[in-house]
Structures are given as C-alpha cells and as structure tokens.
Design a protein around this ligand. Structure first.
Ligand SMILES: NC(=O)c1ccc[n+]([C@@H]2O[C@H](COP(=O)([O-])OP(=O)(O)OC[C@H]3O[C@@H](n4cnc5c(N)ncnc54)[C@H](OP(=O)(O)O)[C@@H]3O)[C@@H](O)[C@H]2O)c1
Length: 290
C-alpha cells in the first residue's frame, strides 16, 4: 500500500495493528481514502510489528496519535491479556492515549483483555464483535466453501454474524469523530443465523451446491490437525465452537446503530457481494446491493 505514509506528524498518524487482516485492512483503506496517514502494524509492516517480539512495539508507536488494536491470533488465547495490557501501557507512556480495541463478544477472557487495556488509562473505545461474516471468504472457512462442503462442530446455535465492513466503519467513525471515547460497542449483524443457514445463503448467492455438515468437536479437531492446520488455530476454533457458541451471543446488539446511526448490513447482502466479487469461484451476475 504505497499511498500509506509512515512519516506524518504525531497528531495524525494512526497505527492499525492487524492492518493486513480482515478488519485492519478495511480500517487502513478507509483512513487512507480520507487522506489520514496510516501505519500498517503487522510482521510485514515497515517498521515491523510483531506481538511475539516486544522490541518491535516502541518503533511502531513512534510518531503515532492513535492505535487500532487487533490482537492475533485471538484475544482469548493465553497470553493475550498480558500482551494487550502491556502494549496499551507502553502506548500511553509513549504519549499515544487514543486506543480502539477489537474484542470478542460474550467472552470472559476477552473482557479481561479489555480491563487490562482500560487499566492503562487510555482513551478507549471497545469494539466487542460477534463472528465475522468474512470468516467464510477471507479465512478458515473459505476452503470448505470452495470445496462445496462446510463441516463444523456447530449445531443449531444461531450467531448474528457481523460484516467486517461495518466494524471498519465503526472504527473509522471512532477514530475521526468526537464522542466515541469511553464507549463499548457490541457489534452484530441484524439477524441471528445458524451456520447451516449462513452456508445456505452462500449457496443461494453463488448458485452452487454447498453442504453444511455438523461434526463432533473431537472429530473436527482431529481432521483439521491431519490437514495441517496449526495446533494454535485448532485450539482457537475448538474453543470458539465448543465454549463460546453456546447461545450466549445469539441475540443481536445495537452497536452499529449507536455508532453509525444506521442499521448493520445483513448476511445475505454480504453473500451476494462476495459472490459477485468472484472470491467463491466464477463471479455470478447478481443484484449485489453494495
Ligand atoms: N474472526 C472473527 O470472527 C472474530 C470475531 C470477534 C473478534 N475477533 C478478534 O479479532 C482479532 C483478529 O482476528 P481476525 O480473525 O480478524 O484476524 P486477522 O486480523 O484477519 O489476522 C491477520 C492479521 O494479523 C497479523 N498478524 C499475524 N500474526 C501476527 C503477529 N505475530 N504479530 C502481529 N501481527 C500479526 C497479520 O499480518 P502479518 O501476517 O503481516 O503479521 C494480519 O494483518 C482477534 O483478536 C480476535 O479475537 C475475531
């Protein structure tokens, strides 16, 4: 992203951690379109930022006014609370008090991470998000969708999938306008869907047959490991499906409406737009509505 500048004044530059990932990339793009200087914080960034290498943290914060904090791989993994808390403390000590934290909804571990960041004294906005729709097109569910069979350890618990574009819109509003510091936004889509229903929407949008197959969690973990999915990723996925997807997050929340004064985008719109983009195979002529 050559148009993203790394040398602007302290009052302007936003460090976007996970700036090449599902939400960070969208946040960085939107800020760049608005003419705001952005520094992408990732292992591929310049300067490099690595959650596992603390010597990279201070250089990444140099000359920065605000940070979008997206932890990797998951805010709920062991070590995340300490890492995001230490990073926030360093940021505030370095004169960067404005932080946004991407968090997970209904997760006690994620709330501990939120508290650790809040303890830094930062001017904090928390984006407590449900599952991203883009997991089906930009992450571990893309391969199964392309293969025509999505096998997951999820039964009929509904989840109000949120569109990463909405998360990015909220983040950019919070970074560029007043009134968002101190807010906790619970971000969901407008409608809870089971995984089977979500896959059904993708099948409809693509015109392809895509099966949804619920599998026992142990079977899922063993198959993923056998396919070479790293142990860390298998752990995160089994934690999310085995513990978090128990119905506690089935309801929708009003974070998108509160932050943006508009309704969140629904899963069917996401599916139509993604199908039209060709990401799930041959582009389909559709009435993609955005
Ligand atoms: N996915 C969901 O449905 C969901 C829902 C709610 C909350 N969340 C939260 O969102 C956060 C991000 O998850 P995600 O799934 O959206 O991932 P993601 O942002 O798509 O992850 C990829 C990003 O992380 C960067 N990255 C990978 N390893 C890194 C490292 N060691 N140090 C620094 N950056 C690293 C990658 O860049 P490089 O490879 O260049 O380093 C890339 O920018 C997590 O904390 C998760 O708990 C996710």
């Amino acid at each position: 992203m050559t148009h993203m500048n790394t040398t602007h004044t302290k009052t302007q530059t936003t460090l976007v951690l996970g700036g090449t990932g599902k939400t960070g990339r969208r946040v960085a793009q939107r800020l760049a379109v608005l003419g705001r200087p952005v520094r992408v914080g990732s292992r591929a960034g310049r300067p490099r930022f690595d959650w596992q290498d603390r010597t990279t943290w201070a250089p990444a914060l140099e000359g920065v006014a605000a940070v979008y904090v997206s932890y990797y791989p998951d805010i709920a993994v062991p070590g995340a609370v300490e890492a995001v808390g230490s990073f926030a403390e360093l940021a505030v000590r370095s004169g960067v008090p404005r932080l946004l934290l991407l968090s997970g909804r209904g997760e006690p571990q994620a709330e501990l991470a939120e508290q650790a960041v809040r303890a830094s004294g930062a001017e904090l906005t928390i984006l407590r998000s449900s599952w991203f729709a883009q997991n089906f097109s930009e992450d571990y569910l893309l391969g199964p969708v392309l293969a025509g069979e999505v096998a997951l350890p999820a039964t009929d618990t509904p989840e109000p999938f949120v569109d990463a574009d909405d998360i990015a819109d909220v983040a950019v509003a919070a970074l560029t306008r007043h009134g968002h510091a101190g807010q906790v936004y619970e971000l969901t889509g407008p409608q809870p869907l089971t995984f089977a229903e979500a896959v059904g929407e993708i099948a409809t949008a693509t015109g392809r047959q895509i099966r949804y197959v619920p599998v026992p969690i142990d079977e899922y973990a063993a198959a993923a490991a056998a396919q070479g999915v790293p142990a860390e990723a298998v752990e995160v996925i089994t934690y999310l499906f085995g513990e978090v997807l128990d119905g506690r997050n089935a309801g929708t929340a009003d974070g998108v409406r509160r932050a943006l004064r508009r309704e969140p985008r629904d899963f069917a719109s996401y599916a139509r737009q993604t199908a039209a983009s060709g990401r799930w195979g041959i582009p389909v002529a559709s009435g993609a509505d955005r």
